[in-house]
Design a protein around this ligand. Structure first.
Ligand SMILES: [Zn+2]
Length: 145
């Protein structure tokens, strides 16, 4: 059996507090929530990285649609300022979108961390010169999708 914990949740072999499910996608509460309502959305097919999904897999579109639906459901379930979405494949090597609501009156670890990140980003010496940024933008524009 696949040892991926997310694949086990999809197969019903491991517990998960499901909040949404469709043909291609499953969403459930994170076991280690960093805010009230912190959910994970996963494609049912095992894929490590979002960028490993091939267009012919027909996963990316349904996955992002489900993420949108779950984020909206979380927003309406709680008194949210906003909902942060991050796609990762770390910790559990199965692509997952973190849906992390920021609820009015409640602090959470992600917002504290991102506030520190933003402070460093805006107060430290820029990492790239203007010429380098032009080259980086051109490289992305001309890369294969
Ligand atoms: Zn998996």
């Amino acid at each position: 059996m696949n040892e991926c914990i997310f694949c086990q949740i999809v197969a019903g072999k491991a517990p998960g507090r499901k909040v949404y499910e469709d043909e291609h996608t499953l969403a459930f509460l994170d076991l280690y929530p960093i805010s009230r309502g912190h959910c994970l959305v996963i494609p049912k097919k095992h894929v490590r990285w979002f960028t490993d999904i091939e267009p012919s897999d027909n996963i990316a579109g349904p996955f992002l649609r489900a993420c949108y639906i779950v984020a909206r459901k979380v927003k309406h379930a709680f008194d949210c300022e906003y909902v942060t979405m991050l796609i990762r494949g770390t910790r559990v090597p199965h692509v997952h979108m973190l849906i992390i609501p920021t609820i009015k009156g409640e602090e959470n670890l992600l917002d504290r961390t991102l506030n520190l990140h933003h402070f460093c980003q805006t107060h430290l010496k820029p990492q790239f010169s203007e010429t380098e940024l032009d080259a980086i933008a051109e490289k992305i524009r001309t890369a294969a999708p």
